[in-house]
Design a protein. Sequence first.
Length: 318
Amino acid sequence: MVTMTTHQLHPIPALTDNYIWALHDGAQAWVVDPGQAEPVLAWLAAQRLQLAGILLTHHHGDHTGGVAALRAATAAPAWGPTGEPLPDGVQRVRGGERVALLGRSFEVIEVPGHTAGHIAWYCAGFAPASIAGPVGRPPDPASARGQLLGPEGLLFCGDTLFSIGCGRLFEGSPAQMLASLDRLAALPDSTLVCCTHEYTLANLRFARALEPEHPGLADHQRWCERQRQAGRPTLPSRIGLERALNPFLRSREPTLRQALQRLAPKLALAGFDADAAPATPEALQTGLAAKPVFESAPRWTADVHAFTALRRCKDVFV
């Protein structure tokens, strides 16, 4: 008789609005971006699980603050991006490399923008599970043990892609962030999107200000409000849902660009003008370096201008 291992996914709340994602097989667990050690250790003890490893997406303290204490308490190894300042002992990885965990292989995807060396972790799929939900919304992960994973892919994307949003640009350029989001948007529709902040309702307010008549946004906002009122997360999302609703994955759509002009015409124009003539040759080179091979330079430049305007509008949205 063959026994099938089931894998479960659980968001551990931390700090103000962070989730530390935990993935386990009933005996061993891995966690992603532990900004605090205490909630992870408490959850591991309650579930009687052993910490087998830690994955990091970038260097910000709310994603790495618990690494040292967790490693001291459990001796668990940790992996994170090359070129970013990370706690001592973290093993460094680059795009295209893989790390094996819980019998599966996670691929490193380079997604600069929020930080210069930001990465995401992607696994193509797990064993089938009877409760796997529809493509629109994933099953609820709110139980203390976690939700069973199905054949869908699993993406830990840190602060690059949020549900109905994307991360701020602290170190990277708009061109880098747009190219990074394009990489993630190319993943299969059913991929579970595990971002690390509960920002969905705030992002929906901006998205609905842009497109108040969008029926999908209104429906999703109602669902997210019910989730939060019940004390449940709005995550994970799915790539298919984000491609349909997230304005930062739809910045090439003419209707969205028109909506941006209506909402904030001055900011929209500023976004176009600011990048139309990059201040230095290095800035132009950086932007074109992120250009996908299938896009012409003029079209890519226009796409970056539109994305820049959208990101700047979100930055000042109240």
